[in-house]
Ligand binder design. Sequence first.
Ligand code: NAD
Length: 367
Amino acid sequence: MVSELINTNQLSKADPVFGQLSFDNHEQVVFCNDKDTGLKAIIGIHNTVLGPALGGTRMWQYANEWEALNDVLRLSRGMTFKSAITGLNLGGGKAVIIGDAKTQKTPELMKRFGEFVHSLSGRYITAEDVGMETADMDLVREVTPYVTGISEDKGGAGNPSPITAYGVFMGMKAAAKYKFGTDVLEDKTVIVQGIGHVGESLVEHLTNDGAKVIIDDINEARLAAISKKYGASIYKGSNVYAEDVDIYAPCALGATINDNTINSIRAKVIAGAANNQLADEIKHGRILQEKGIVYAPDFLINAGGIINVYAELENYGKQEIMRKTENIYNTTLEILNNAETNDVTTHQAALDIALGRIEARKKENQQ
Ligand code: NAD
């Protein structure tokens, strides 16, 4: 067994790394420090059975180093399952750089980070995440080939967000088919929480499909602009989770399904782009199951971005990217049906398939 679900109630800080909150038999955790550029980064390599560990770099001003470590552990683990379930020959990894991307990110710091990535000889391949731009990956590319998400004019696959949004839309349609008997979202009410790069593109798909879209964001200017552009209504209430909608699409932050929100949720389907939506995979997954709320596993339906960067490594084009992303519909339906048949949460059903693929490859590799 490569992994088990993480129950955050059982987590402890007693042991610095291997006993850490989100430690899940990660293969390697690399702490990177450079005095001259001020770089403090952690690279997490969760599992490389299926291939090199690919996952983005996040630059964030963490409250403390524990928070940064747990973020990289959780995110890298998620990447293992995302790639496994999507059928990609990639393992799971992620990196975090501790600091403010607006004020502390310099070309020197990015290149130094790239040198640390290079020192791992391809066991970890980086890409963009929160706080990173294509231009940053171009800088990393100057010192290592182990980077994706570079500019199109340098051979990259371009902005992954529209592809991620398309995959989320496919997963949402499959969940609607399962719950409502139709995947046409016309007249379904969908609340999109977070209308950033992915959220906006999702709003576009939804409005084209005839859904009634409500948008929620902390950025007022963006709300006004997106509302005007797509005719979406702006959420004005005080508890977004209690809104009487058909579908809730978390596209802002992780862990929005937690002890404080879960009993308010009135949506019948949850399908969105955010990573690690369930604060506690076991507990909150089970409560959703008991309430009859269909949860489309995040790591499955938000895989469009990784499909897009994988194209850079495997040299396939847009058509294959779209085909693989569209297949998220079939995989989601299969998982929702499996969960019902086996009386497990949808998250567990997705994890079982991902783990099965990793275990099978491990056996092959040992032969
Ligand atoms: P983004 O930063 O462009 O957008 C996030 C949006 O959420 C912003 O508009 C922000 O104002 C809003 N927001 C922040 N806090 C909020 C809150 N409390 N309530 C409502 N809105 C809030 O990010 P993105 O690239 O669109 O990604 C969205 C999510 O999807 C992230 O969790 C990201 O990790 C995940 N994801 C993104 C991709 C991708 O290809 N971009 C791929 C996989 C997963």
